[in-house]
Design a protein around this ligand. Structure first.
Ligand code: ATP
Length: 495
């Protein structure tokens, strides 16, 4: 249990413990609970409040609000068993005196009796973090989230001075709790309050609203996006080997598989030419295994959260954990971590990010199936390919003739056409070197041409579109060829 871990860290006399979390109120609650259980006094510092004694003790100001140094001096000089909780000190760590003070506290004699806990949402600078033992407060689990929902409902009832009626079956309530996971307790509470605000009613209609709000939240907040995965394995042409592999592992997260002695599957790396169905595969796995699909765009971490990229990556991974079981799809992994393989000019940021991802992949014990996709491997750090990181590395090549036939069939069917009306042999022969996406595009262009001419859509229209296409395999001949050579001895063919 998480709280026991924190108690252990305090008892082990670690001088400085750090908690990095966007959910500060929850972290403070956990610290108060643990310290209270240990019957130790607690004092809390913030720039606006100063250093004050925390509940259940009566509030008393130990150090005035404002500068942090007098408060740190107070900590250093205290000579009784007390826990100090300091909020938001990461921006202050840039100050040489603060940094020095933290180092002094870190090297304080073992006989000291105090413990300093730093709670921060931004992530401490690396030099200061090294002085601390990190404690992961985690995300609210199901039990805690149920409690958050109940508390939000009774608060709404108090504020509106009226009853809030709940018309959700037990299953729907479980669904609601599941949807709220991956949010902080206060965000979840606000969503529930908003859902009942107008009609004083919590019912099945609110489930969709909550889901939409959560989807928005995840996408604006970080680099995770919940995706709709409504693709069946029959919607992918070819990739027989990959489909078989995935099919064999579909029950891999079940307790029965564990009992059988199997380790749960961890993930795959899909390498291949653009438009050959890598993204499609991520969606198929999620829908066939009945798991939600989370897409992570690591490139966003660099563009949107300059200076906070590492903390955001950790947060995204923790969010994925809180939503497990999930399929976590890292799209175009090479774009984010490629420079980690070379001497990058970003001050080692991509290397640190990459290190964070690798150790997470190694250490996490959650039912998360990771699908990383990549079009280009030349720059990817070799550590990523090392055996044991992924269960398997698959190479998705351009589809062969008979699979091109299946891809034509799939996309004609999707547009309400009967394959019998088309000459699939000619079409598949004419599309040598085409990707699945290019085949789909040729069908679409052909349909537009037929529609514009008010003609019945036929093989000839598609052939004309094919004629006009310059496929990627021609335009990017060299790079595709070298990808194939690279993959030949290192990857399992997906077909
Ligand atoms: P990118 O690297 O550009 O994201 P990708 O390899 O992930 O490409 P997808 O996005 O999965 O490719 O494919 C694009 C579209 O092409 C799909 O939505 C699908 O309609 C079609 N397609 C590609 N491959 C196949 C296939 N094997 N079977 C059926 N459709 C396919």
């Amino acid at each position: 249990m998480k709280k026991d871990e924190l108690e252990l860290l305090i008892r082990a006399k670690n001088p400085i413990i750090s908690i990095e979390t966007p959910d500060e109120p929850r972290a403070v609650r956990v610290v108060r609970e643990v310290v209270g259980k240990m019957s130790r006094p607690l004092a809390e510092w913030s720039v606006t409040e100063g250093l004050v004694t925390a509940p259940p003790a009566a509030r008393s100001e130990l150090v005035k609000p404002g500068a942090i140094l007098p408060a740190l001096r107070y900590v250093r000089d205290s000579s009784y068993p007390i826990v100090y909780l300091f909020k938001d000190i990461s921006p202050l760590c840039a100050d040489a005196q603060v940094a020095r003070f933290l180092r002094d506290l870190y090297f304080s004699p073992d006989s000291r009796l105090w413990t300093l806990i730093l709670v921060d949402s931004r992530g401490l600078p690396p030099d200061s973090r090294r002085l601390t033992v990190p404690f992961d407060v985690g995300w609210p689990d199901e039990e805690e989230m149920k409690q958050v929902v109940q508390e939000a409902l009774s608060r709404a009832a108090d504020q509106n001075m009226t009853e809030i009626s709940v018309k959700l079956s037990g299953r729907q309530m479980d669904q609601l709790v599941q949807m709220l996971r991956g949010l902080t307790a206060s965000e979840a509470s606000r969503l529930v309050a908003a859902a009942v605000h107008d009609d004083k009613l919590l019912d099945a209609n609110d489930l969709n609203r909550v889901m939409d709000a959560k989807r928005n939240r995840l996408s604006t907040q970080g680099c995770l996006e919940t995706m709709v995965a409504d693709i069946a394995p029959e919607d992918i042409g070819g990739l027989a080997n990959l489909k078989k592999w995935l099919n064999q592992r579909r029950g891999g997260f079940s307790p029965a598989a564990r009992k059988f002695g199997l380790d749960p599957p961890r993930g795959i790396l899909l390498l291949g030419v653009q438009g050959c169905g890598k993204s499609l595969c991520a969606k198929v796995v999620a829908s066939a295994w009945k798991m939600p699909l989370l897409r992570m765009d690591p490139g966003v971490l660099y563009q949107k959260f300059i200076g906070e990229s590492e903390a955001r990556l950790r947060e995204a991974l923790a969010q994925a954990e809180s939503l497990a079981p999930v399929v976590l799809w890292i799209d175009e992994i090479e774009k984010a971590f490629a420079s980690a393989g070379s001497n990058s000019a970003d001050g080692g940021l991509s290397q640190r990010m990459f290190g964070t991802l690798l150790s997470w992949m190694q250490d996490h014990r959650h039912p998360i199936f990771m699908i990383a996709t990549a079009n280009n491997i030349s720059d990817l750090p070799p550590e990523l390919m090392r055996k044991g990181r992924f269960d398997e590395i698959f190479f998705i090549d351009l589809p062969r003739e008979r699979y091109r036939k299946t891809i034509f069939t799939i996309h004609l069917r999707r547009r309400g056409r009967d394959k019998e009306q088309f000459d699939l042999d000619r079409l598949s022969k004419a599309t040598e070197g085409f990707t699945g996406a290019e085949i789909e595009q040729a069908i679409l262009s052909g349909m537009y041409a037929a529609y514009a001419e008010s003609e019945e859509f036929a093989t000839e229209h598609i052939l004309e579109a094919i004629e006009k296409t310059r496929p990627l395999s021609v335009v990017m001949h060299e790079s595709i060829q070298s990808l194939r050579v690279w993959a030949a001895n290192r990857c399992v063919p997906a077909d």
